[in-house]
Ligand binder design. Structure first.
Ligand SMILES: Cc1ncc(COP(=O)(O)O)c(C=O)c1O
Length: 404
């Protein structure tokens, strides 16, 4: 297992390995992929000139806004994680460079497309689609990939598929059968699998997180990605790890060495200690891997009830800490908003300004062709203190009241 500084790829890596893309998106390298340096002018790379996080995080920074936007917990991280950090800070040697070869780089959800383009590769996309769900709750498991459509995206140039389970933003947890379809295609087309499993512990009742690397024939072609931020609610640490066979990990080490060099030693040591504490008590309900999903499931159900109470039909996530809903039924006068943006961008800007509640527009997670499919959806983050959710509830309930 190797620890990694995050976002490294977004710095513009130049190795074959990092020519990858995201979740249910496949990639085939064009001949120009060999000349990635010609994309060094960032202005030419789609997705780099605008960024949803810069735009919406700034709006949500207003202290009067209840922030259910960016995926950051406002609950406290476990005390032993913070204690481990304070302990290691007192050890002189752990305040210096860490060893360069425990460290790797990873790809990153909505950043994947610009990252792939920076690497000079061509992303190929396949959408998750939902079957009709009249009369019952809409679940993230209703969203599936069509196996034939998926296979049609593979060809001899396909280098990698990036899988994300549990999925951000839909909350889908891929089943054994679904993962087997992906594994079979990876083997048939001799393709790598980059498996982004940063929400691996955040899986709710009735669901099980499975690692595609454990499927027959997949270990040697899979890199599995984990996150300290998501595992221990310390997103500010920007530390994570990848697990994979040496012939793949060694390329990540080279990239890491030639870009950020190392990650922060005290954070790395504290994370290792915290993981050790919880790995030793995996069957204990107190283990954070068990207690956090329990705590979050209550918050998820609360958000579902709240959104339903104002007439929305949220997609109930089986994993992760986001919930998405079509908000076009909510009363919002967007006539003053600039017209050159998708509905969800306008809606969230309007909501943040007028209702003091922030969220993230889901079309930010889409390529240009699939934006219309999702532009009525917004994403709410529910890893929040009860008091934050109380404030959000007050806003949403007051909004839905008929005007007197
Ligand atoms: C699917 C997915 N992958 C990776 C990341 C990055 O995780 P970290 O902040 O730990 O680098 C995120 C963060 O939101 C994510 O949602």
């Amino acid at each position: 297992m190797f620890l990694a500084q995050r976002r490294l790829c977004s710095l513009g890596s130049r190795t074959e390995f990092l020519k990858t893309i995201y979740s249910s998106k496949l990639l085939g390298f064009s001949t120009s992929a060999k000349m990635s340096l010609k994309f060094i002018n960032a202005k030419r790379i789609e997705g780099l000139d605008r960024n949803v996080w810069i735009e919406f995080t700034k709006l949500a920074a207003d202290p009067s806004v209840v922030n259910l936007g960016q995926g950051l917990p406002d609950i406290s991280p476990p005390s032993y994680v913070k204690e481990e950090l304070s302990k290691v800070a007192l050890i002189n040697s752990l305040n210096q460079y860490t060893r360069g070869f425990v460290i790797i780089t990873i790809p990153f959800y909505d950043c994947y497309e610009p990252m792939v383009r920076m690497a000079g590769a061509t992303p190929v996309f396949i959408p998750l689609r939902s079957k009709p769900v009249d009369g019952k709750k809409w679940s993230s498991s209703d969203w599936t990939l069509d196996p034939q459509e998926l296979e049609s995206k593979f060809n001899s140039k396909t280098k990698a598929i990036i899988l994300n389970t549990p999925h951000n933003p839909i909350g889908k947890v891929y089943t054994k059968e679904e993962l087997q379809v992906i594994a079979d295609l990876c083997i048939k087309y001799d393709t790598l699998c980059i498996s982004d499993e940063v929400y691996e512990w955040l899986v709710y009742t009735g669901n099980k997180h499975l690692k595609i690397a454990t499927f027959p024939g997949m270990w040697e072609r899979t890199v599995t990605i984990g996150s300290a931020g998501k595992t221990f609610s310390v997103t500010g640490w920007k530390l994570g790890w990848t697990i994979g066979p040496n012939h793949l990990i060694k390329h990540l080490q080279t990239v890491q060495q030639n870009t950020v060099y190392t990650c922060a030693t005290p954070l790395q040591e504290a994370l290792a200690q915290a993981l050790w504490i919880d790995i030793k008590r995996m069957d204990d309900p107190e283990c954070y891997f068990n207690s956090l999903p329990k705590e979050l499931e209550v918050k998820r159900d609360r958000m579902v009830r709240l959104l339903e109470s104002v007439g929305l039909k949220p997609i109930v996530p089986d994993g992760g800490y986001f919930i998405i809903a079509d908000v076009s039924l909510l009363d919002a006068d967007l006539s003053d908003m600039k017209n050159d943006e998708p509905y969800d961008y306008k809606f969230v800007k309007w909501m943040t300004k007028n209702k003091k509640l922030s969220a993230i527009p889901v079309s930010a997670f889409c390529n240009s062709e699939s934006k219309p499919q999702f532009e009525k959806f917004v994403r709410f983050c529910f890893i929040k203190k009860d008091s934050t959710l109380d404030a959000a509830e007050e806003i949403i309930k007051a909004w839905s009241k008929p005007k007197s």
